[in-house]
Design a protein around this ligand. Structure first.
Ligand code: AMP
Length: 287
């Protein structure tokens, strides 16, 4: 596997691939890779000759009191995961390489970035949009793969790629979960055994929303209540939000129309660890 650390080398490599007629995909990550990342890498490899996995813990998407410093990092382990998943390149630039003169330029996506995560993590999506644009300009991939685990992020990235006319397809794949339903996340290592057990409430809450929708609910409040009831029944969970929203715009009408695609979005804190999850449904039909 090839390891690339500079933007210059990355761009040269990508251009050589294109000259040889190879199709190139990228999977942007912050490392500490798990089966969720591996599923993106192997799907990307299925349809592309070369897959660049970027590993970069992006400081500009963390708030001042968030976990940038303690975010888990293990390059050797990541190398093995990428290799086993069929990745061909790791792009692992330094912070100075990505922000050589500091961070004066940023990309703010209005609208879909504002509610939910955007309200609880001011500046987060500007950091995300900026680094993803920076990576796509360096890698120039035919396609970039993202996980539905970060649902709102996928809307922000799709919008940014569309608005800036970036010539990469955005492909979103489903969330990979543990056997008990907890979405795989690099941040799960922060959880104590007890918190890990409680964390299954997110999945159970989403399933409760599904049951409510299956039973015919179309009012946002009823779907939200189904999630809140499950989350509130577990000690030590603090809810940032648990809400149904339109899956394309994140609008939150009181009533969803039959056939509407919605997403149920959850963010909670368990001690100092913040977890997010989501599921998409169609109103009036089982998911
Ligand atoms: P991260 O390293 O957490 O920034 O995630 C990098 C990419 O992997 C993002 O597109 C995430 O949405 C995706 N991802 C993270 N966890 C999962 C998961 N459990 N299933 C599928 N994709 C995931």
């Amino acid at each position: 596997m090839k390891i690339i650390k500079t933007v210059e080398e990355m761009r040269q490599y990508s251009r050589q691939c294109r000259q040889r007629g190879l199709r190139l995909a990228c999977v942007p990550t912050m490392g500490y890779l798990h089966e969720g990342h591996a599923s993106l890498i192997s799907a990307a490899r299925h349809s592309h000759d070369e897959v660049v996995t970027s590993i970069f813990v992006n400081p500009t998407q963390f708030g001042p009191h968030e976990d940038f410093e303690r975010y888990p990092r293990d390059f050797d382990r990541d190398h093995r995961v990428v290799d086993q998943a069929g990745g061909t390149v790791i792009f692992a630039p330094s912070v100075d390489e990505m922000y050589p003169l500091g961070a004066s330029t940023s990309i703010a996506v209005r609208g879909v970035s504002e509610p939910f995560e955007g309200a609880f993590r001011p500046g987060h999506f500007t950091g995300v949009a900026t680094i993803v644009a920076r990576l796509l300009l360096a890698i120039e991939p035919d396609a970039a793969f993202f996980g539905a685990k970060d649902f709102q992020q996928t809307l922000v990235i799709r919008r940014m790629v569309h608005d800036l006319g970036i010539a990469s397809d955005v492909i979103v794949l489903s969330t990979i979960r543990e056997a008990d339903g907890l979405a795989k996340s690099s941040r799960n290592v922060y959880l104590t055994a007890d918190q890990r057990h409680r964390a299954t409430a997110l999945y159970r809450a989403l399933r409760a929303a599904e049951d409510a929708i299956h039973d015919g609910a179309y009012q946002k409040q009823i779907i939200d209540n189904a999630m809140h009831d499950v989350l509130r029944s577990v000690d030590g969970i603090e809810i940032d939000y648990a809400s149904a929203a339109d899956a394309s715009t994140l609008a939150t009408p009181d009533i969803f129309e039959a056939g509407a695609r919605i997403v149920c979005l959850i963010a909670v804190r368990l001690g100092s660890t913040r977890l997010i999850d989501n599921m998409e449904f169609t109103i009036g039909m089982k998911a």
